[in-house]
Design a protein around this ligand. Structure first.
Ligand SMILES: [Zn+2]
Length: 532
């Protein structure tokens, strides 16, 4: 007698092995037996014949740090079959912030996460993780670069050296000891971009000592601080010099380089041949989404939230702010769309394009962006628009499938979930879009796609006993219909739930049943376990 049996399904075990017919028995949090279990009885038996049973999906890049604290159920990930989310991405998070930095930095990143949870202790990795235990899904984290810098040098435009660097190294080491799976940065965000390559090498030597992973949104600001070259070159050199495992966030083609997968990967493949250990991730949509401060140069951010808000309202800064927006966000800004705005008097702009919003306010696009940032106190986010040409959009999707056919690519939604506004659909549709729509269009073997979303991220980030269906592993499972599973979220109806995913199990408990969330909060805060 066991707790639960999924009977008659086709098991895709996550390893990349071909599908097999097998029953799966669950006892407590773990998988208890596998195979022909017709002799075994259970408190509950679910007939999953005709359906596929896979390990719960792992989202390597989710901006859920705020949403999970407001909505423990967090159903939009579960409904896609996602049972583990990696938060603290791009080096932007509450983790490791002392009480005195939590409020101002929390407000500085509110365009991604909403208003900050100022009543919680976030000052260590273990305190941070404790707030994410008992949510709908499992959660894992990295030591985020922004808070590491704030706690060592403040919101200042200077690379870490000397005692502040030593302090930062201690903070990263302590976070690794308390369960971090690595170190994350986004070198187009602040204060992260104030770093240089030497700082990142030093911090990642600490990460490498623990076997963790350097997760990077590569540099495209302050490129002069990467003397060996920017972006991928810097990331590869950090791997080479520190010995750390490198993971490149949301690395994919966009309209300007659609179809150029070989060029995209050439420098990485050379570095790998040279011994750098690299993995990557992507999401299956053409346009990105972020916060508008992304396009303001470092001088505008120096000093942090209040300094930036002051400059946004200071006539003597006007020309510099506009010059920054026009140089760093050229050509595409008219078609960008406000996804979420925290200020009530501006919420009618949610879902409105920047061109239309500027016309409504009788301002230029750059002036409108400055006004919205200032009047919302940075509580605002946006996305870009899909390419006008469907052929380009389709090519980008074909590129995603080509990338996921490599053995080093995973899926990170880069989702920024909000319960109001008009968010980017990637938070709601990424996994079924790849698992159903794109896999079928490109005829990819199911076991190959499932591996990219399960055992590969689990082993890379040290998630012990997850990402595989086998006796003794945690019972994180998704049951879906290979023939019909599909995303329905799109740019005008982004929160629409996928279909074809009737059951999701988290740590042995049914989290989704008949396609609906059960209310179970069985998720755990996970630690990285690395053989050293
Ligand atoms: Zn991101």
């Amino acid at each position: 007698m066991t707790d639960l049996i999924l009977r008659g399904g086709t098991v895709v075990d996550g390893s990349g092995a071909a599908p097999v017919r097998a029953d799966v028995a669950i006892e407590g949090e773990r998988i208890a037996a596998l195979g022909d279990l017709s002799e075994l009885s259970a408190a509950r038996v679910i007939d999953v014949s005709g359906l596929t049973v896979a390990p719960g999906l792992i989202d390597t890049h989710a901006h859920s740090d705020g949403h999970l604290l407001r909505d423990a159920q967090h159903a939009h990930g579960l409904l896609q079959g996602v049972t583990t989310e990696f938060i603290t991405q791009d080096g932007l998070s509450y983790a490791l912030l002392s009480a005195h930095h939590l409020e101002p930095y929390g407000r500085y990143i509110a365009g991604l996460y909403g208003p900050p949870p100022t009543d919680l202790d976030m000052s260590s990795m273990s305190a941070f993780l404790s707030h994410y235990d008992g949510k709908g899904c499992n959660v894992a984290a990295q030591a985020p670069h922004g808070p590491v810098r704030l706690e060592s040098v403040g919101f200042r435009d200077a690379p870490l050296r000397g005692e502040p660097l030593a302090a930062a190294e201690r903070i990263v080491a302590e976070a690794m000891e308390q369960g971090a799976t690595g170190f994350s940065t986004g070198l187009s965000y602040y204060p992260n971009s104030y770093s240089d390559t030497d700082e990142l090498v030093a911090l990642n030597r600490v990460v490498a000592r623990y076997g963790g992973v350097y997760v990077t949104h590569i540099r495209n600001h302050n490129n002069d601080r990467a003397p060996d070259g920017s972006g991928i070159t810097e990331a590869m050199n950090i791997g080479r010099r520190s010995g750390v495992k490198v993971h490149i966030s949301h690395y994919k083609t966009y309209p300007q380089n659609a179809g150029q997968v070989d060029a995209l990967m050439s420098e990485i493949d050379l570095a790998k041949a040279d011994g750098v250990d690299v993995t990557l991730e992507c999401y299956p949509y053409a346009p990105p989404a972020t916060v508008p401060g992304y396009f303001l140069r470092g001088e505008c951010h120096d000093g942090g939230l209040e300094a930036l808000l002051g400059r946004l309202g200071d006539p003597s800064w006007r020309a510099r702010l506009i010059d920054s927006l026009e140089h760093l966000f050229p050509g595409r800004s008219d078609n960008a769309v406000w996804t979420w705005i925290g200020a009530e008097h501006l919420q009618h702009l949610q879902g409105v394009s920047f061109g239309d919003a500027a016309a409504m306010m009788d301002l230029s696009v750059s002036e409108m962006m400055i006004t919205v940032m200032r009047e919302s106190g940075l509580h605002c986010g946006f996305r870009e628009s899909p390419p006008a040409s469907a052929t380009v959009a389709r090519q980008i999707e074909a590129d995603v499938i080509a990338l996921l056919s490599r053995d080093d690519y995973m899926v990170g939604s880069d989702g920024i979930p909000f319960d109001d506004g008009v968010p980017h659909p990637r938070a709601y549709g990424t996994f079924p879009r790849i698992l159903g729509r794109l896999r079928r269009r490109h005829n990819v073997p199911i076991e190959q796609i499932v591996r990219t979303m399960t055992s590969l991220p689990a082993s890379r980030f040290g998630l012990r006993d997850r990402g595989l269906i086998d006796v003794g592993k945690y019972a994180d499972l998704v049951v879906f219909d290979e023939a019909t599973v599909i995303d329905t979220a799109d740019f005008s109806d982004p929160r629409s739930a996928p279909s074809g995913i009737p059951y999701v199990i988290v740590n042995g408990q049914l989290a989704v049943e008949s396609g609906r969330p059960t209310g179970a909060l069985a998720g755990q805060a996970l630690s990285g376990h690395f053989a050293s």
